[in-house]
Design a protein around this ligand. Structure first.
Ligand SMILES: Nc1ncnc2c1ncn2[C@@H]1O[C@H](COP(=O)(O)OP(=O)(O)O)[C@@H](O)[C@H]1O
Ligand SMILES: [Mg+2]
Length: 252
């Protein structure tokens, strides 16, 4: 029997769920990759807010932002994070890569205890790229990625790992082969189309499931991310060499 939609974990964006063939696979690992400002943190919050709506508690782990700037950014999108925390539907953890690593490797540590005590089903880690700043050696990086992903897998959460994509550290992250380790890869991109910058989202990989391979446009505003239909009539979008395809030229 194919996965029915109700067995999947909603990303919080109905259109993305459709692209994923119904949503994320329960207890899987998802890499959400994109350049700074593409909307990774925003999508991560969508995912946790949807969990809160469905009665599934979520944990947002940040190596990056201070609580106040995250609260402020979320408020700008229309989300009241302190209210969700007060209701016990969301937990925010501001820590460092090394402390998290140690904590996940230690039974009864604060993080593991928090997952159990609050019955957390959804985790967002912002961001996996920070491990490349504290670990130089490629094999060690790969080992740590495995360690983190396995720890959350064991705890039966569905984990979304954010990854910064920058030309300067692209190769470093590739060296850790993170896209090979996770079950699902979603990419956020800026695209230059017809002399304007647009935002695009695509599901690049989805283990053990069919998925939509089309590149979709999206916008960010009040209420967060809104995904539109596939960007049609263009070719070479992700290679950065977008141009009108022959078909659309003929149609026009
Ligand atoms: N209230 C808002 N209205 C419109 N755009 C917003 C709003 N809040 C944030 N953005 C846009 O969202 C993007 C930041 O998203 P964010 O999730 O922080 O990106 P990332 O985590 O990938 O760096 C920025 O490009 C910003 O312009
Ligand atoms: Mg961010």
């Amino acid at each position: 029997m194919p996965d029915s939609e109700n067995k999947r974990v909603s990303s919080g964006l109905p259109r993305l769920d459709k692209m994923l063939g119904g949503g994320f696979i329960p207890n899987s690992s998802i890499l959400l990759r994109g350049a700074p400002g593409t909307g990774k943190t925003t999508l991560g919050l969508h995912y946790l807010i949807e969990g809160a709506r469905q009665g599934e508690a979520g944990l947002f782990i940040s190596f990056e932002e201070f609580p106040q700037s995250l609260y402020r950014d979320a408020a700008g999108l229309g989300w009241d994070l302190p209210a969700l925390e007060a209701e016990g539907k969301l937990r925010l953890l501001f820590t460092s890569p090394n402390v998290l690593r140690q904590s996940l490797a230690t039974p009864d540590s604060g993080v593991l205890k928090s997952l159990h005590d609050h019955d957390i089903k959804r985790v967002v880690l912002d961001s996996m790229t920070h491990f490349t700043q504290v670990i130089d050696e490629v094999h060690e990086l790969r080992r740590v990625y495995h360690q983190i992903i396995s720890a959350f897998h064991r705890e039966h959460v569905t984990a979304v790992y954010l990854g910064e994509e920058m030309r300067s550290d692209y190769t470093t992250e590739e060296k850790g082969r993170l896209p090979f380790i996770v079950d699902c890869v979603v990419i956020l991109r800026y695209l230059e189309i017809d002399s304007a910058i647009q935002r695009a989202i695509v599901v690049l990989k989805m283990r053990s499931s069919a998925h939509d391979t089309a590149i979709h446009g999206y916008t960010i505003g009040q209420g967060g991310i809104t995904i539109s239909g596939p960007l049609e009539g263009k070719s070479g979008l992700l290679s950065g060499l977008a141009r009108r395809s022959m078909i659309s030229t003929v149609v026009e």
